[in-house]
Design a protein around this ligand. Sequence first.
Ligand code: 4AZ
Length: 484
Amino acid sequence: MTSTLGPPPPYYENRGFQPEPPYAARPAAGAHPYPQLFPTNPPSVPSYVPRVATHQSTRPAAPPPRRTCAASLRKTIIIILSILIVICCAIAAFFIWYFVENNCLSSLIECGSSGVCMPPSQWCDGVSDCPNGEDETRCVRLFGPNFILQVYSPVSKSWYPVCQDDWNDDYGKIACKDMGYSVDTYFYSRGVPDVSFKSYMKLNTSAGNIDLYKKLYSSGSCASGSVVSLRCIECGLASKSASIMNRIVGGSGAVLGQWPWQVSLHVQGTHVCGGSIITPHWLVTAAHCVEGRLSDPHSWRVYAGILNQDEMLFRSGYKVQLIISHPDYDTDSKDNDVALMKLETPLSFTENVRPVCLPNPGMMFQPNQQCWISGWGAEYQGGKTSNNLNYVAVPLIERSRCNAVYIYNGMILPTMICAGDLAGGIDSCQGDSGGPLVTHHHSVWWLVGDTSWGTGCATPNKPGVYGNMTVFTDWIYKNMQANR
Ligand code: 4AZ
């Protein structure tokens, strides 16, 4: 209600309670009207304007400018703080990930998975610094079908061929020993003309009697124009060449000396699996052959250079000292189906007992490349093991093709390789497992795979599946070296 009598009532602007931000300075008279970011005055107490019931407070309350500025300041601070917290969390997460994934700072190299870190200068210097000597195990390799010796440079993280200048057999023996071979098997070192490389490792002969790797330095030139081709063992020679006759499933009976690396692995006087000789002490077989109670080396006897199973019963065979299964072997998928057997006493090599060559990195096996399998496995699906060693030629099948829906529908992993005839009729079968899949290339027989699995035997569109030896050679050398 509005009065028409008497003097007009006093005018009060009712702004109610006006809170102040805790540390916002109350502007002094005549001072800058905008809020200061950092207080210069002590905090003020809240100011109260008396609440009075008014009848004529008709002027609309103007928006409080101090309140708006303080709120937007607070909002800005909160946004900045949030961004800072997110950045800090991202940095912390990165460091946690870095130290979990890679225990060493970027300039250092971790010794296996031990968590011990070493500077690159201590790798491949001939002195074992890591707890398990990892810094000295992967410093040399043989590359490609010509066995070109390469040395690893941890500084540039790449492999270099060794220049033939001043190289001799003594150095070759050291390099072979470092790969896991015994000096007894050393074959030769020779220069192979090759000027395709831009950088080499060269010997500094004036360096005195120090470790081989300390004597090597990288150089852009190689006077001889030849690089070192190194053979640590005379492998991959057969005294009898394979006839391309076919009769395993669909194979032929072998003759002595044709597959001299083939061994028969017995448990309690019975052939169980095949294997391949790679050195006088070491055999390659399948991990599924040595699973469970068969992982005991005492269970096994090894027969080499004998074609007939009946004949083996009259012999004592070789005892097994050690069995090493691939640590990533998977029973269900047959991923990494490879194992090593070390013999108690070394094999004596003859015309009929010889090693096969392990594939070198840089070797490409072509799709459809002709390979051979051999073994005492069944001659038909569900049959008993054969008395005689059989063999058959099987072309390689490209992985992508073997993984087709109507063939193995994606079950062929990178550790596997398929070989056979999609029409059926030729194949490995029960009892051939662990045995060799080999190819002949550059006058040498190479171990391409170890017999692993397949659906049935010689069934159309279900070829044999073999362990892909190329991906296992690093693991094989590492274990031969660690168990010399
Ligand atoms: C085995 O059980 C086996 N057809 C080996 C090879 C193949 C199947 C079974 C391939 O020893």
